[in-house]
Design a protein around this ligand. Structure first.
Ligand code: A2P
Length: 341
């Protein structure tokens, strides 16, 4: 990666934006200039990257002139409005919101799974939902080996997925409850501290939440296989960082638990941690701040012929958002695709 690029981070003051700056620094991303963008509320604030201070600039329609790559994480409505403006200015957008994920003109990419889809981008590339990304990393090797027919997934999702305000809401509620004070809920409809909410994003007409339907639809688009059936239950839990998932998989061909362990152990982006005798299994507190998707508790489902149960954990802000976005940008550079056709 010898060439350097002008890179904008849109939403640079948010939970994901801050992590993007960290990932750009840790991976020594080849930028010649970095432009942190946010709303007028944060204009003038300072952010750090690669040991240098950068001043946050207000996002406007002119923000993308001369910018090669823009990494967006400033909410769906901001992406909806500004991603096309950026692409029109010749800037390739990698968008972390749900605004463009199901648009037929926009590839939806997990670099370990479907990097080839970047070849047909038209200026806007979508980063999948955090819960979908870690599921795809774990499912792709199994699908390639034994063809997945059906997946039943239940998620245990961290509050950081709802942004900085949600992190503060959990902190405040825990402190208040421990001192016997009543709590206030602004981000969530109910108290999140010491509780579980089977409700992420809005409810749809079919009784599922939008988050659950994202997992169903995004899986099909990323895997490029409309025959995979997915059913999901998404739950918000009082964990700060890392989503966990209980995953039940039915395959066409038989795989033993050992087959799955050795298959996943040699697959990109995965660390298998499956030693029940040592009480070793993936946990959100261990995955937080890490890049890998951790898989453990791998067992054969004894109620069907070809079934596997497993437990998948990954940092939702890193692989689930910032890291995957930067990996997409790196893959665009590797494939010489940093240009709007
Ligand atoms: P700001 O700091 O100015 O509010 P989080 O997901 O953690 O809540 O962060 C959201 C990010 O998106 C923040 O950086 C926030 O900037 C930015 N943002 C929100 N709304 C807008 C907007 N209308 N224009 C530009 N940036 C926005």
């Amino acid at each position: 990666m010898s060439k350097s690029f002008v890179v904008a981070v849109c939403g640079a003051t948010g939970a994901v934006g801050q992590e993007m700056l960290k990932v750009l620094e840790q991976r020594d991303f080849p930028y010649s200039k970095l432009i942190p963008l946010a709303s007028s509320r944060s204009a003038g604030k300072k952010v750090m990257c690669k040991g240098e201070e950068h001043t946050v600039v207000e996002l406007t329609e002119n923000s993308f002139d001369g910018v090669d790559l823009a990494l967006f994480s400033a909410g769906g409505s901001t992406s909806e409005k500004f991603a096309p403006i950026a692409a029109k200015a010749g800037c390739v957008v990698v968008d972390n919101s749900s605004a463009w994920r199901m648009n037929d003109e926009c590839p939806l990419v997990v670099p370990e799974v479907n990097p080839g889809d970047l070849d047909w981008h038209k200026g806007i590339i979508a980063n999948p939902n955090c819960s979908t990304i870690q599921l795809m990393v774990a499912l792709k090797p199994i699908h390639d080996e034994a063809r997945i027919k059906r997946v039943v997934v239940s998620t245990y999702q961290a509050v950081s997925g709802s942004g900085q305000k949600a992190i503060e809401e959990l902190e405040n509620q825990v402190q208040r409850l421990m001192s016997g004070k009543p709590v206030v809920s602004d981000v969530y409809p109910h108290q999140i501290a010491f509780n579980c909410l089977p409700h992420i994003d809005v409810f749809m007409d079919n009784g599922y939440t939008k988050e659950e339907m994202k997992m169903v639809q995004e899986t099909i688009k990323i895997m490029g296989d409309p025959t995979i059936k997915v059913t999901a239950t998404c739950v918000r839990v009082p964990v700060f960082y890392s989503h966990s998932e209980s995953v039940n998989i039915e395959t066409e061909e038989k795989l033993t638990a050992d087959d799955v362990r050795s298959l996943l152990a040699k697959s990109p982006g995965i660390i298998v941690e499956d030693f029940p005798e040592k009480k070793a299994y993936p946990m959100p507190i261990d995955a937080a701040g890490e890049d890998a998707t951790y898989v453990g508790r791998i067992r054969e489902d004894e109620t069907i012929d070809n079934g596997i149960n497993m437990w998948v954990v990954s940092d939702n802000i890193r692989k689930g958002a910032a890291l995957n976005t930067v990996q997409i940008a790196e893959t665009l550079i590797e494939r010489d695709l940093v240009r709007v056709p």
